[in-house]
Ligand binder design. Structure first.
Ligand code: DUC
Ligand code: ZN
Ligand code: ZN
Length: 485
């Protein structure tokens, strides 16, 4: 077992910051000490195997991305990152744990969906990983199977109010699942969009010849998100089931969450970097309403109008704790052969954006621009995800006994985001590690840099080099949520 001292940095937690040295023995943090401390007369720097100089840098708990989709079969294709490529990209970006979604498809047993996810991820991850369980068909069998999830370390499951005929659950199914979840202590995660109504709107637009990616955003109107969010909250209220609404993008949905929280309900919301920075006009409409470049940014819920102020409302929700977390909903597809499936019909564009590598940086930029405090950055990207999904203590904190998942972040560094070939084929001089043929974040500049990434005491990234390996990441058996009021 090796020992490590991270020396001279500013340790940032969800509640404050302090100058401290962090001592790691094997996989765990064993002490957080006054800078330059000796311990029982030992010169620590001379006694450990490795010293990392963090002077002038932030020392933060490793990022936890609680919403990813590696190798997800979706929209007639499959998300382009494998567990190996996706978790390697995560490590490069300072994310040391992910929670991916195991899928039970309609007609399939929950147990076999889950086993398939263990097969895909086992031995292939560069960082630690857990699972939520998608229940794509709520029936007697899947309700019964939910009873085994807690023992499997899977304490949250996702339902969809969208995608009729694929993952969709109707209100009766949602009610039954929430009753079961309340009994078991499971967190219900909800894709809150009114799918049947959206499908009608999408068909009408298509029949009018409005076939480009821009119309994906028009069909998935904010009213569809607000209505479904409200309905999910009411069903959760009735059943006393804690509710976590994923990928919130409409300001009206935030208002629904805020109102429920003001009534004391255990209702939570996650947003994603794309809903903070990107918009209907600039990205989905890139290349004009009938262009196809906007396909890069087709995701659901959709990017929303900047004119309507949704992005500002997301930042505000993060400040006021009406939204508690930022995950990526990392669901990458290449343009070639994947997004292109929807040329001439936006309904066939696979839904998803790849951001796992950039979440910590993109949110840090919110600190630079004054949207968030440093402490809130740590809380949103690591501490709350750990508490929300039953990992806190082991993950999400720099404290003795916690896993040594640590990022050294340089506020004087710089990160230029992008991919090496621009849409016109010319070189951009930038690269990423996600398995994608483009970047949804081309041209984003970050006034900070992920310098060193440590997972359970192993240095995965330092000096611009990846030292990790597929198979380092372990399955995280999660406990029940630690976030309920
Ligand atoms: N919802 C997700 O959470 N991820 C991918 C697609 C979707 O609709
Ligand atoms: Zn979803
Ligand atoms: Zn998702």
């Amino acid at each position: 077992m090796s020992t490590l001292l991270i020396k001279g940095g500013t340790v940032v937690s969800a509640t404050g910051r302090t100058e401290a040295d962090v001592l790691v023995d094997g996989e765990r943090i064993v002490a957080v000490l006054q800078p330059g401390s000796t311990l029982l007369g030992h010169d620590l720097a001379a006694s450990v195997d490795t010293v990392i100089d963090a002077a002038g840098k932030y020392v933060i708990p490793g990022g936890i991305d609680a919403h990813t989709h590696m190798e997800l079969p979706f929209g007639g294709t499959q998300a382009s990152d494998t567990f190996e490529t996706g978790t390697t990209a995560a490590a490069w970006g300072g994310t040391t744990s992910i929670i991916d979604f195991a899928v039970q498809k309609y007609g399939e047993a929950v147990e076999s969906g889950l086993a398939a996810w263990h097969d895909k991820a086992g031995g292939n991850c560069a960082v630690d990983y857990g699972f939520h369980q998608i229940i794509g068909g709520v029936d007697e069998q899947s309700l019964k199977a939910m009873e085994t999830l807690v023992d499997e370390g899977i304490t949250s499951y996702k339902l969809f109010m969208a995608y009729p005929g694929v993952f969709y659950s109707d209100d009766a199914q949602i009610l039954k699942a929430m009753q079961k979840a309340a009994e078991l202590g499971l967190m219900t995660m909800m894709h809150a969009e009114n799918g049947p109504a959206i499908d009608v709107l999408a068909e009408q637009l298509y029949n009018q010849g409005k076939t480009g990616p821009y119309y994906h955003g028009i069909a998935r109107a904010w009213q569809m998100e607000e209505e479904a969010t409200h309905r999910a909250i009411m069903l959760a209220d009735l059943t006393d089931a804690p509710l976590y609404v994923v990928h919130v993008s409409a300001k009206q949905a935030v208002a629904q969450l805020a109102a429920a929280r003001d009534r004391g309900k255990n209702v939570f919301g996650e947003t994603c970097p794309q809903y903070l920075y990107l918009s209907l006009e600039e990205q989905l409409g890139a290349g004009g309403k009938d262009g196809f470049e906007g396909a890069k940014w087709v995701c659901s819920t959709p990017l929303r109008s900047r004119e309507e102020g949704h992005q500002d409302a997301m930042w505000q929700g993060l400040r006021t704790n009406d939204l508690q977390m930022v995950s990526t909903d990392h669901c990458p597809f290449c343009m070639k052969d994947q997004k292109e499936l929807g040329k001439g019909d936006f309904r066939a564009i696979p839904n998803g954006i790849g951001s796992i590598e950039h979440r910590m940086d993109l949110l840090y930029q919110g600190v630079v621009t004054g949207e968030l405090t440093l402490e809130r950055w740590v809380e949103l990207t690591s501490t709350t995800p750990a508490r929300m999904f039953g990992l806190y203590g082991t993950k999400g904190v720099i404290a003795p006994g916690a896993d040594a998942d640590i990022v050294v972040y340089d506020p004087a560094g710089h990160t230029s985001i992008g991919y090496d070939t621009l849409p016109d084929g010319s070189p951009s001089g930038r690269s990423h590690h996600m398995n994608m043929d483009h970047s949804a974040w081309e041209g984003f500049e970050i006034d900070g840099h992920v310098d060193v990434v440590i997972s359970r005491g192993s240095v995965l990234v330092s000096d611009g080099t990846f030292h990790g390996r597929a198979g380092h990441g372990r399955f995280l058996k999660r406990g029940l949520t630690q976030y309920l009021s």
